[in-house]
Design a binder for this molecule. Structure first.
Ligand SMILES: O=c1ccn([C@H]2C[C@H](O)[C@@H](COP(=O)(O)OP(=O)(O)OP(=O)(O)O)O2)c(=O)[nH]1
Ligand SMILES: [Mg+2]
Length: 151
């Protein structure tokens, strides 16, 4: 288990709402709460930047954070992320924000403290770019975008 530094920016966390945590011991993600002041209704197509009430400092450049949708909200209600996936740099120390997008067909109301997305830590391979004139030949070469067929 790794450690992650977190600042609580909203005093309702720890008082009215638990600090975000894993729903089960094996959960990959930590659910993030929408720390809005009042319920917010997203009409179909609406996208709002919502605070999590937290900032995190990952510190290790070999790690990054990702904010991902929750599958139940995404599949059943069309509530996903406006940036599809949020990527959190290891040196970012600002407020952790969620871009929340209603890609569905009905209004959806988010209550203060509702868990609407999840945070995961992932390893990063930081590569330097080596400029070359030719690549060593590979089996695929430049084929892509369906070049191998579907069967
Ligand atoms: O869903 C997100 C995505 C990003 N961030 C924060 C953390 C991240 O480290 C920073 C910058 O994100 P990114 O690099 O994706 O955005 P950018 O548009 O390239 O901004 P910048 O020029 O600041 O890098 O914004 C969030 O809080 N939530
Ligand atoms: Mg950037």
């Amino acid at each position: 288990m790794s450690r992650l530094q977190v600042k609580v920016l909203d005093d309702r966390i720890g008082r009215d709402f638990d600090l975000p945590q894993r729903a089960t011991a094996g959960s990959a993600g930590i659910d993030l709460r929408a720390m809005v002041e009042t319920p917010i209704t997203l009409s179909p197509g609406d996208c709002e930047l919502l605070p999590t009430g937290l900032s995190v400092y990952i510190a290790d450049p070999n790690l990054a954070g990702m904010i991902l949708p929750r599958s139940g909200l995404g599949h059943k209600h069309g509530i996903v992320l406006g940036n599809l996936v949020g990527l959190i740099d290891s040196d970012y120390q600002g407020p952790l924000m969620m871009s929340c997008w209603n890609r569905g067909t009905k209004d959806f109301t988010i209550e203060p403290g509702e868990r609407i997305a999840q945070f995961v830590l992932v390893p990063i391979v930081a590569a330097e770019l080596d400029v070359v004139d030719e690549f060593d030949a590979s089996e695929r070469g430049a084929g892509g975008f369906g070049s191998t067929g579907t069967a």
